[in-house]
Write a protein that binds this ligand. Sequence first.
Ligand SMILES: C[S@@+](CC[C@H](N)C(=O)[O-])C[C@H]1O[C@@H](n2cnc3c(N)ncnc32)[C@H](O)[C@@H]1O
Length: 252
Amino acid sequence: MSVLIETAVTTEIASLLESCTDTVTAAAAGLPEGLRRSYRWLRRTTGQLLFERRYGVRTSEVVSLAEFGLARQDRVYYSAANWQTLRRALPRRDVGEHDVFIDLGSGMGRMVLEAAARYPFRKVIGVELSEELNDIARKNIAGTRLRLRCEDVHLVQSDVLDYEIPDDVSVVFLNNPFRGDTFAATIERLIATVDRNPRAVTVIYFNPVEEELLLGTGRFRHLRTVTLGRKAAQDGPFGSVRVYAITERAGA
Ligand SMILES: C[S@@+](CC[C@H](N)C(=O)[O-])C[C@H]1O[C@@H](n2cnc3c(N)ncnc32)[C@H](O)[C@@H]1O
């Protein structure tokens, strides 16, 4: 099914569910566990779609990079983190007006929007491989009815490997965007920016599939883990958010 038809159909389902939420919720309580789980998924998905319709943004589809001829071994397809991910992982009091946020692999810009709308960041940056996804992110920022607290938003279309991470970035968001060598090289670049310009940097890693690579550098201190959804604990890294600080170089 094309992403446009898929969106139209799910938006119709969202409207239908919205008009009879109480009745459906009461009925779902008596269902077997498998069906209850499907119902919870449907409710969460429709809730996100209604949120998007209300605020005039489009970020919900799942998109394969093969659609744009960009699929490679290390690159992960587009699928947005839940809208609540940043809010759960990063307390507002931890962000000040000098902080700079970056989402590496920013897709349609959901986390860029959340960062700019919710926190007083000085600057918010998204870096995305696909021009098509980045264009949608641009339209989302330009057309949203969300009130943005940070208006200095930059959406860069680039392979992360060709992008120089700025030395003033202080909050890094990763939603399992790439793996293997690409992930390892990006982590090395993050460490290098801290070594060039020593400062506090928080890394928020959603679905932390490559956590071993990250911890293997010896430069990340785990601060906390936040789980999203009931199944998260059984699903390995999926559904959890790990938050780390990059530590100083030994002897620095
Ligand atoms: C799982 S999605 C996350 C999207 C977004 N961060 C969010 O949470 O809403 C991963 C994104 O990383 C992008 N990506 C994959 N490989 C990349 C690379 N080498 N450089 C930049 N972006 C990449 C994909 O195109 C996709 O949009």
